[in-house]
Ligand binder design. Structure first.
Ligand code: FEO
Length: 391
C-alpha cells in the first residue's frame, strides 16, 4: 500500500513493479522503485521512479500533499529506474525547482536529460537544513554508478541508501520485520548481481560509516523492503559478502550435448559430496546466469564442464562466463572437465577462462572421449574428491 508511512512526515511514495522479470540481464520476480517524500518546512522528494510509473508516483504523492508543494528533488542516483520520471515530476511540481545531486550526478543527469533540469551539485559530507530536519549527503561513488550517493537524515536516523541494501522484491510486505529471513536470499542475489564487483568499496564504505559513529535506525533503499527492525543485520551481511570469505562449497557449472559431460558433472559432484563439500550442480541452460553468480559468490570452487563443439566451448558457457567475469568474484579455486568427440579443446579453453577470471587452477583438467564408461566415471568421482581436498 503506497503511500507508506515510514516516520512522522516521511513516506515512501514509490511504486511496485509486479511484472518486471529482467533487469539488464538479471532475472527478477518484480521489484519496487522506492521514492521518499519528506514533509518539513521544505518538502523534499528523494529519487523518482522508472519511466511509465510517473502517474502512479504523482498519485501517491498527491495522497499525502499537493505535488506542487514539493520544494526540490534529491537525486541519489542517475540510473533510469530512479530518474526516468524526473522530467515528468518536474513538470508537475514546477520545472525550475532545484534537483540536488552529486557532481557526477550532475553530469549523468545532464547526459540523459540535456538542460531541462535545474541541477545543483552537492559536496559529499555537506548538509542542508529543511526546517526541523537536516539532509546530509554522502558520496558513494561507484556504488554502483559514479553518481551514486546516500542522503542521511540525522534527526530521524534514516539513511536513504539508493541501490545499496536493496532487493528486487515485490510482494505485500514493505518492512524487514514483515518478511523475516525470507528476504535474505533476495538481498544476497541483489548483492551478487549488482554490487559484487564493487566489494572493496562496499567494505571501505561500511567501515567508514561505522567509524563515523552515525546512528542508523532505518535504512530506506530504492528497491524492496525497508530495514526498520534491524538495519544492522543487512549492514553486517554486506560486510560479510564484501569480504568474500568462501564456504566449503563448489559450484559445478556445465552444459552437455549428449549427456556425457552431464554424467561427468554428476560424478564430480558426488566426489565432492563424498568428502564433505557442498556441491551445487548447475546446468547452464536450466539456471539463469544471475542465479549462478549468486551461488558462485560464496563458493570456494568453480568447476566448469563443457563438451567441445566446433573446436570451441559450448556457447551457453560463454554467456555465463562473460557475466561472471564481469562481476569479478574473488578467493576462488577452479578446474575444468568435459567430453569430446575428436578434437577436445574445451578443457583447455575453460582453463583459459579460469585464468582470465583470476581463479587459481588446481588441476590440469579432465577430458573423456565420447561417453564415459564406469572406470572413467570413477575417475571423475576421484577428480571431485581431489578438488574437495583443496577447499
Ligand atoms: Fe536501481 Fe542502479 O539502479
Amino acid at each position: 500500500m503506497r503511500p507508506l508511512k515510514i516516520a512522522e512526515g516521511i513516506y515512501d511514495v514509490g511504486v511496485k513493479d509486479w511484472n518486471v522479470r529482467d533487469f539488464h540481464g538479471y532475472s527478477i520476480h518484480g521489484t519496487t522503485y522506492n521514492s521518499f517524500l519528506i514533509i518539513d518546512e521544505k518538502v523534499v522528494l528523494i529519487d523518482t521512479v522508472k519511466k511509465g510509473f510517473g502517474d502512479e508516483l504523482l498519485r501517491n504523492i498527491a495522497a499525502v500533499i499537493d505535488p506542487a508543494k514539493i520544494d526540490f528533488v534529491v537525486s541519489n542516483h542517475t540510473e533510469l529506474d530512479h530518474s526516468g520520471c524526473l522530467p515528468q515530476v518536474m513538470d508537475a511540481i514546477g520545472k525550475d525547482k532545484p534537483v540536488y545531486c552529486s557532481k557526477m550526478g550532475e553530469k549523468g543527469l545532464k547526459a540523459h536529460f540535456g538542460n531541462a533540469l535545474n541541477l545543483n551539485a552537492v559536496e559529499g559530507g555537506s548538509s542542508m537544513s529543511i526546517g526541523r530536519r537536516t539532509l546530509t549527503f554522502m558520496e558513494t561513488r561507484m556504488l554502483h554508478w559514479p553518481d551514486s550517493m546516500f542522503t542521511y537524515l540525522p534527526e530521524d536516523k534514516i539513511l536513504f541508501s539508493s541501490d545499496a541494501f536493496g532487493q528486487h522484491y515485490a510482494d505485500q510486505e514493505n518492512f524487514d520485520d514483515e518478511v523475516g529471513q525470507a528476504i535474505v536470499k533476495h538481498a544476497k542475489k541483489y548483492y551478487a548481481n549488482i554490487l559484487l564487483l564493487y566489494s572493496a568499496k562496499v567494505k571501505a564504505l561500511i567501515e567508514s560509516v561505522v567509524a563515523s559513529g552515525i546512528e542508523i535506525k532505518t535504512i530506506c533503499p530504492d528497491h524492496g523492503i525497508i530495514w526498520r527492525k534491524d538495519p544492522g543485520f543487512i549492514i553486517n551481511k554486506y560486510l560479510e559478502w564484501s569480504e568474500q570469505t568462501p564456504a566449503k562449497k563448489a559450484v559445478v557449472l556445465y552444459d552437455t550435448m549428449w549427456e556425457s559431460t552431464e554424467k561427468m558433472a554428476k560424478a564430480v559432484a558426488a566426489g565432492l559430496n563424498h568428502e564433505g563439500a557442498d556441491a551445487v550442480l548447475m546446468h547452464v541452460r536450466k539456471w539463469h546466469r544471475s542465479d549462478v553468480i549468486t551461488e558462485v559468490m560464496d563458493a570456494k570452487a568453480l568447476i566448469l564442464g563443457s563438451p567441445t563443439l566446433n573446436n570451441g566451448l559450448y556457447p551457453t558457457l560463454c554467456d555465463v562466463l562473460t557475466y561472471i567475469k564481469g562481476l569479478k568474484p574473488k578467493n576462488k579455486i577452479g578446474a575444468a572437465f568435459g567430453s569430446y568427440g575428436w578434437s577436445g579443446e574445451a578443457v583447455k579453453l575453460l582453463n583459459a577462462e579460469l585464468a582470465a577470471m583470476g581463479i587459481e587452477q588446481v588441476h590440469d583438467g579432465l577430458k573423456i572421449q565420447y561417453v564415459p564408461d564406469d572406470n572413467q566415471l570413477a575417475a571423475c568421482f576421484e577428480f571431485g574428491k581431489t578438488l574437495a581436498a583443496k577447499l
